[in-house]
Design a protein around this ligand. Structure first.
Ligand SMILES: Cc1ncc(COP(=O)(O)O)c(C=O)c1O
Length: 439
């Protein structure tokens, strides 16, 4: 009897030990999972974004608005200028700052009339409205688009024969442009696209050049005006083991080899001062502070710094473009249609999905930046009408407050909001119309 009593006692104590171990394990697992959860982000607008919100409210911009911070734009312009060696020219990438008054402003502040243009309707607009511009095409246009440019160009001061360089990437395209020049009886300046490592097309070997230059020489209406070698890939090459430096050397080495080939082709007839040797883009322009082979760098995005340009090579530029939009609805939980039951689980896992804010508009190429911790919900889906944003229970936004986003790029996003609003010293001081895509 006593034996069996002892056995039961022992069994009970074993059981409870196991239970304790199991219970402890569950707790440890829960603790582990809890530690793995995304960090809880929260906060209110900081002073800067609060002042931005007040400015758009004051200006009655209760709709999605593209805002340019003028002082920050000025700061970026000053930064750009500080990196240009004497004699290095600046060409504005018009697609990245797609607004006439904005281009005029940057032209004035940087003292340049050089623009890089990428779209036929914009080309006609710029030629008409900025008749002193010096234009280099940023991509090889279909010859039919070039023809249309001439067909639509009204009378005015702008002289395409002097003020445009058409970009050519292949012998076939050069032949098409030669035919156009003959058919329209017009002079055309030809700039060749070089593949200096990006592999997006263009000439790869200096050996390709003589045949092309011979074809230009043989045509009474064509002239050679230079090269364009865009090199943004250099910014993504890791700096370790000197990889970036050697990629830069080989890219610029190839560019120089093209220049030497052209020089030796023309011999005594070489006119260096007539040449445009364009290079760089926002992420690489600072690498060219000492470059002497290039006559100019092309930069647009760095002046407004969308999120794709948050790169080490642009550390001294500041974000100057934002989207502000009102909050329409606030909910204290997040519900996904037909998945209501897993709400508590997702809320436990990601505390930043605790609350829901529906905003006016959405689904832009943009990322929410203020208040901190807002995120889109891929389970719910994106919406251009009323986008769902989620935040933690500490996000204190209420209806009619504003959310601030940063565009990921400027060239397309800037065109989606109507006039841009200029934010300066705490106020919206002006508006700048943007380009329209074409009649
Ligand atoms: C040919 C060329 N040059 C320069 C740029 C640089 O533009 P951004 O400074 O806006 O990046 C681009 C951008 O697409 C380009 O295609």
């Amino acid at each position: 009897m006593r034996d069996s009593f002892e056995k039961i006692k022992e069994k009970l104590s074993t059981l409870s030990r196991r239970q304790i171990i199991l219970g402890g394990g569950t707790l440890a697992a829960a603790g582990f999972i809890a530690n793995q959860r995304p960090a809880k982000n929260a906060g209110a607008h900081n002073d800067y974004f609060l002042s931005l919100q007040n400015a758009v409210k004051q200006a009655n911009l209760a709709r999605p608005t593209l805002v340019i911070d003028k002082q920050r734009l000025d700061q970026n312009i000053a930064t750009l200028r500080s990196h240009l060696r004497t004699g290095m020219n600046y060409r504005i990438v018009a697609k990245s700052l797609p607004s006439l008054p904005m281009l005029e402003y940057v032209m004035k502040e940087t003292g340049t009339n050089r623009l890089m243009v990428f779209h036929q309707p914009f080309l006609n607009l710029v030629a008409t409205r900025l008749p002193d511009a010096d234009i280099l095409l940023g991509k090889p246009m279909p010859v039919a688009a070039a023809a249309r440019f001439y067909d639509e160009l009204g009378r005015g001061r702008f002289t395409p024969a002097r003020q445009i360089q058409w970009l050519i990437d292949t012998p076939a395209r050069l032949a098409e442009y030669a035919e156009l020049a003959t058919a329209k009886n017009i002079d055309m300046r030809i700039n060749f696209e070089l593949d200096v490592g990006l592999h997006r097309g263009g000439l790869r070997e200096p050996g390709e050049l003589p045949a092309l230059l011979n074809a230009i020489d043989a045509h009474p209406r064509l002239s050679f005006s230079g090269f364009m070698g865009y090199d943004p890939h250099l910014a993504s090459v890791p700096g370790v083991l000197g990889w970036q430096a050697s990629a830069f050397e080989s890219s610029t080495g190839l560019y120089k080899a093209f220049i030497n080939q052209a020089k030796s082709h023309y011999g005594d007839r070489w006119q260096q001062d007539q040449m445009t040797f364009n290079t760089a883009g926002s992420p690489t322009y600072q690498m060219h502070e000492e470059s002497t082979h290039a006559t100019e760098i092309a930069v647009g995005s760095a002046l407004v710094k969308p999120t794709h340009f948050d790169v080490a090579t642009l550390d001294d530029h500041v974000p100057a473009s934002f989207i502000t939009t009102p909050v329409l609805k606030v909910r204290d939980k997040t519900e996904i249609p037909a998945l209501e039951a897993i709400g508590p689980l997702t809320r436990f896992w990601d505390r930043n999905s605790a609350k829901t804010f529906f905003i006016y508009g959405g689904n832009w190429l943009a990322e929410p930046v203020s208040p901190p911790g807002l995120q889109t919900n891929d389970l719910f889906g994106r919406s251009s009408n009323q986008e769902m944003l989620n935040g933690s229970d500490e996000v204190t936004l209420t209806t009619n407050d504003y959310v601030v986003l940063r565009p990921t790029q400027s060239e397309f996003v800037f065109l989606q909001f109507g006039d841009m609003a200029l934010f300066e010293a705490g106020e919206i001081t002006d508006t700048w119309p943007v380009f329209t895509q074409g009649a």
